[in-house]
Design a binder for this molecule. Structure first.
Ligand SMILES: [Zn+2]
Length: 372
């Protein structure tokens, strides 16, 4: 199934300038082509976009050195645009005779990787010629031959068409409970664990050290300014590491399980414990849930969210008995029935047991139309 995707780019000023230059390049070439087409036609010739492109490549482009500093793919696609514009006109598609492009009106350009694939996914991607750019929303894991960059208002967008590999639900393992924690980021009811990332912990440590350094620097000083910039980039680094890791986990879950059960994350107790609440928000649990929601929609999985008052960590996954005296420091869950299990694993299994009978708050195929 071929799907379209379009999302906003997160660009710095340098990148915005590069995009503006390329959009300008594309417009310039399109307008040149349109003018040349009209002139040659009036002289009794039969212009085509391809003939004009050849002429342009050999006799026009070499005169404009600024164009050699930009991606040559852009002007190739400007001629494709011109071709399409005339096809629309000749086929009487109601588009009329092609018009000159104006600056600030539908600014856009297209890029490809000279026939090679462009891998996409997560919120950071490498575009041919342009280099790394970020998006606010994660892109689907896919590869494409061509992307289009366009400007709407003051914002830049990326769009592309991609082939979606739809997972067949029958192939997925049916149900998984996911317990989110601090020591172990995610524990699955089948025993798989996603530990908290070491590089992330290292980077986060460095970040807090840099925070302390900054507070020691004299206000308004050059050194403080320099430290500020360093701090900002470290912040970015930590955030990227975390996001990428969360994407790995949420993609894995959405692709491999047909029903994923998590706890509502405003969990009881966490609110009472401010330190714990802070740690949890830093680990990006809200981001985790957001990603999981849209990926479940994408891969046709069901996301079950167990209500916040449910005592998942205190319940025995085997006999259902609820312990009233379980402290946070107890890592092993022990029950009268003989069950002895890692505390997080037990909680994940308890969540998996809740897959049936609980309200589905957010998912692609909700409980109501869970015919699949
Ligand atoms: Zn038990």
């Amino acid at each position: 199934m071929l799907l379209g995707f379009r999302t906003k780019l997160k660009l710095n000023n340098r990148q915005k300038t590069i995009m503006t230059k390329h959009a300008g390049y594309s417009r310039w070439v399109f307008n040149w082509g349109l003018k040349a087409w009209s002139m040659t036609y009036q002289e009794g010739l039969k212009p085509t976009a391809n003939k004009l492109k050849k002429f342009y490549t050999n006799y026009v482009k070499p005169h404009y050195t600024w164009q050699s500093q930009l991606s040559s793919r852009v002007y190739q696609y400007a001629f494709v645009d011109l071709d399409n514009a005339f096809k629309g006109f000749f086929n009487l598609k109601g588009t009329g005779y092609p018009k000159f492009k104006k600056k600030g009106m539908n600014d856009s350009f297209s890029l490809d990787n000279c026939g090679k694939w462009i891998p996409l996914g997560s919120t950071r991607i490498k575009l041919p010629f342009i280099g790394f750019v970020s998006t606010y929303e994660a892109l689907p894991d896919c590869q494409v031959k061509k992307v289009t960059i366009s400007k709407v208002g003051e914002d830049w967008f990326i769009s592309f068409a991609y082939e979606q590999e739809r997972q067949i639900p029958e192939k997925k393992t049916a149900i998984v409970g996911v317990d989110l924690g601090i020591k172990t980021l995610a524990t699955l009811s089948n025993g798989e664990v996603f530990p908290n990332l070491k590089p992330y912990r290292k980077a986060a440590k460095k970040l807090s050290r840099m925070h302390r350094n900054l507070s020691r620097k004299v206000k308004g000083s050059n050194n403080r300014h320099k430290q500020r910039i360093k701090l900002a980039s470290q912040h970015q680094k930590v955030a990227n590491l975390r996001r990428d890791y969360l994407h790995k986990i949420t993609s894995y879950l959405a692709k491999n399980f047909s029903n994923i059960v998590i706890e509502d994350l405003n969990v009881k107790g966490m609110l009472a414990n401010r330190k714990l609440a802070k740690a949890i928000s830093e680990l990006g649990f809200y981001e985790f849930r957001r990603q999981l929601e849209y990926k479940c929609r994408l891969y046709g999985s069901k996301l079950t969210i167990v209500e916040r008052w449910f005592p998942s960590s205190k319940t025995c996954s085997s006999c259902g008995l609820i312990k009233t005296d379980l402290s946070l420091s107890e890592r092993i869950y022990r029950c009268k029935c003989g069950l002895e299990m890692d505390r997080d694993l037990n909680a994940a299994k308890v969540l998996a047991n809740q897959a049936v009978g609980y309200t589905v708050l957010a998912c692609g195929q909700s409980a109501a139309d869970g015919s699949e």
